[in-house]
Ligand binder design. Sequence first.
Ligand code: GMT
Length: 377
Amino acid sequence: MRKMKIGITCYPTVGGSGVVATELGKLLAEKGHEIHFITSSTPFRLNRMYSNIFSHQVDVNSYSVFQYAPYDIALATKIAEVIKSEKLDLLHVHYAIPHAVCAILGRHMAGSNIGIVTTLHGTDITVLGSDSSLKEAIRYGIEKSDIVTAVSDSLRDQTYEMIQPQQQIETVYNFVDERDYHIKDTGSLKEELGIGLDEKVVIHVSNFRKVKRVGDVVDTFARIRNSVRSKLLLVGDGPEMSRIQEQVRELNLEEDVLFLGKRDNLSELYNISNLKLLLSEKEAFGLVMLEAMACGVPGIGTSIGGIPEVIEPGQNGYLVELGDTELASTYGIEILTDPSLAAHLRGGAIDTVASKFHSSRILKEYEDIYERLLDKG
Ligand code: GMT
């Protein structure tokens, strides 16, 4: 495998797409490639020193004459600069808009024919794809990229349906770094959080957007709590938070629902959990489900988007229709009260991560894509 100089653009803040992009950059660097992040700030997961990872920050000036700070133009300019100064071999950008469009503009500004790989993560298609003011820009970003990937077959098919591009789209799934996400001893964490050793732990992690249906998670937990001594860990923050806090108060669940706010590296919290809930109405893949499974936590998810590509009912968890909190709680109670079922699903969850989604497999798929791109050029 030849060593490449790869430019990566993503949203560097907390969020699945930024996590995947950064973790991929780190694994590529460990394989000897030279990685250049071109982002608005240093990616939050870039938490240790690598001699072959470089971070190029985009400076966005907010001159008073501009109503909106020109992030996209500044990013395209930075991409052009880095293509030339670092002699990049290829760009891998995450999200069609704005990042693919910025990369295409940056390539043009640099007078270069560098190849662009674009990965679709969901929101640009499932939310913005139906917005007529953006649809053409999304199509343009996809068509002018050299290779386009989506994080699930579901997202790939939805993109064909909604955007109707000529461009072929390949599925490359999310992955986790198994060195961070695995079964581990958590010492006294459960007690420190005030959870009884005999209590079961249900966990939900998200950015509390409406599409995450955190209300359904609380509703499911309330039903579980009626028959199983348990606590719900709610990890993350976002626009729905105050509504959820109100729901928890109304249901008299304040004692049993722990709001833990935004956290990075959740493997310890997963390691004290017995069940993961992801009841979203839109979810291109569901990286948080994979993270939980890697730590041996079975999941209940909605039959939405890419979730059915991760959860195999009866093997590593269960699927329910959107909004069916009654069935979700029935499955939840079964998992939490039947130790042999829990052990079976736990083993299944670990096997799923180790086979279909192993980081080495996903890394190889991306490296093969890069090779093909360089051969094309
Ligand atoms: O889930 C979010 O709202 C965050 C979003 C992002 O941009 O980081 O996550 C998307 O990308 C992840 C990585 O590919 C996927 O695992 C998530 O399923 C996807 N989120 C949605 O489709 C809602």
